[in-house]
Design a binder for this molecule. Structure first.
Ligand code: PLP
Length: 422
């Protein structure tokens, strides 16, 4: 029996929803007994002549000083030798421990987070495993535009939008109706704090959301895009990701719960490109081993392995005694910008400026009156007001990335916007 068939049999026996939801590529892919695997087998041997990387002959790196000096302070083994395709084990464990603590000690079994190149690759790997030509992929409207590329352009999935707003109110009704009308295998993407609106549902709405997703008969892959995890600016909001509630209650005959998170926004390390893919599944199970093999197969054939220097830097941060204090300080800056923008939008005297509610993440959204076209307004704001905002697909609205505007400039930004809308 082939390795892929054996992995698929394990999933079919233990995790029927995952087996039934696998794409054709998801079924085919596995991590071969190739060079990285044989090199791992040979770890600790006296003469390890398995892998094509130059060392001092005893397993330590010998980088060119011109490169090494740029990474001074990082663990040289991590920054100058190949990483395993799944990422470094100690980094994966450190991230898992941190996320588990942030979950408030959830007991949901989860796989060791698989290191990817940013959250974008987490989403891409999820799509490769579970999206085929015509697989329904339920996505919020509005949404981060790159979902369309990841799920449709690359994988041929069939995007099904669910509106997130009814007027200016967050609503679950369209998601409920869309899920009810969707037969599995299908995928649904949940993204809170939400890009572009900056909204997170309150605790009661979040509980309702979890119930309605888990009511689907499956096979349903639930991809929780937690790019902005932990960025809540209202202390009444739930303190943890929906992933944990879904993971604690899901039924492996019906649902596959995936989490995409990473250091991009959570540790403000935007170009580090360290993302993690975590699956709600017993880490000691054959299913977890099957996922690890399939993901390693995707990594090996896609990007080889994730970059070492970024992983070394993230591990350094995760073991740094001041990390949480530094994050608290960075968040205080963001909270001040958020508060200032909330106040400035509330005070703006213009019935042409129609803000949506926002309580989290790093964005806010303003709706435009019907007589204005968001693309024209966007260009006019640049030309006449020196103000750069982003137009959204499918909604006559603009997105404000307020996270990158100094607190003292926020009143000016809103003033320029009001003036630009006429
Ligand atoms: C909702 C959402 N998901 C995923 C990503 C991708 O993150 P990364 O930059 O780590 O690839 C972003 C980035 O802006 C995002 O807004």
């Amino acid at each position: 029996m082939s390795i892929a068939d054996a992995l698929n049999d394990d999933l079919a026996a233990e995790f029927p929803a995952a087996f039934r939801a696998l794409s054709r590529l998801g079924r085919r892919i596995y991590f071969p007994q190739g060079i990285p695997a044989q090199s791992a087998d040979a770890r600790g041997t006296r003469y390890n002549a398995t892998i094509g990387q130059v060392t001092d002959g005893h397993g330590s790196p010998t980088p060119l000083p011109a490169i090494a000096e740029a990474f001074a302070g990082l663990d040289a083994h991590k920054s100058h030798l190949y990483s395993p395709p799944a990422g470094h084990g100690d980094l994966r464990r450190a991230w898992a421990d941190r996320q588990r603590a942030l979950s408030g000690g959830s007991t949901a079994p989860t796989t060791l987070p698989f290191v990817c190149i940013g959250l974008t690759q987490v989403l891409s790997f999820a799509a490769e495993l579970f999206v085929d030509e015509d697989t329904p992929v339920l996505v919020p409207a509005p949404r981060w535009g790159n979902y369309d590329q990841v799920f449709v352009t690359r994988r041929g999935g069939r995007l099904v939008e669910y509106d997130l707003f009814d007027g200016r109110e967050l609503t679950l009704e369209p998601l409920r109706q869309t899920l009810a009308a969707t037969e599995g295998p299908a995928m649904v993407v949940l993204n809170f704090p939400h890009n572009p609106s900056g909204m997170t549902p309150d605790a009661a709405t979040a509980a309702e959301l979890v119930d309605l997703v888990l009511a689907h008969p499956g096979p349903l892959v639930v991809l929780v895009d937690d790019a902005y995890a932990g960025m809540a600016w209202d202390d009444q909001l739930p303190g943890r990701s929906l992933f944990w509630d879904l993971a604690e209650r899901h039924d492996p005959d019906k649902h596959v719960i995936l989490r995409a998170d990473g250091v991009t926004k959570e540790l403000l390390f935007f170009p580090g490109r360290v993302g993690f893919l975590t699956i709600a599944c017993d880490p000691a199970s054959k299913s977890a081993a099957a996922f690890e093999s399939k993901l390693a197969g995707l990594a090996r054939s896609g990007n080889g392995s994730p970059p070492g220097p970024s992983q070394a830097a993230v591990l350094h941060a995760l073991t740094h005694p001041d990390l949480d204090q530094q994050l608290t300080e960075a968040r205080a800056v963001l909270q001040a910008r958020f508060d200032r923008l909330s106040a400035a939008l509330a005070a703006a005297q213009s019935d042409r400026l129609r803000p949506y509610p926002f309580n989290s993440g790093v964005f806010a959204m303003v709706g435009l009156p019907d007589d204005l076209d968001s693309e024209e307004v966007r260009k006019r704001l640049i030309a006449e007001q020196s103000l750069g905002l982003v137009r959204l697909g499918g909604l006559n609205a603009l997105r404000i990335a307020w996270c990158s505007v100094a607190e003292e400039d926020i009143d000016g930004l809103v003033g320029a916007l009001v003036e630009g809308l006429g």
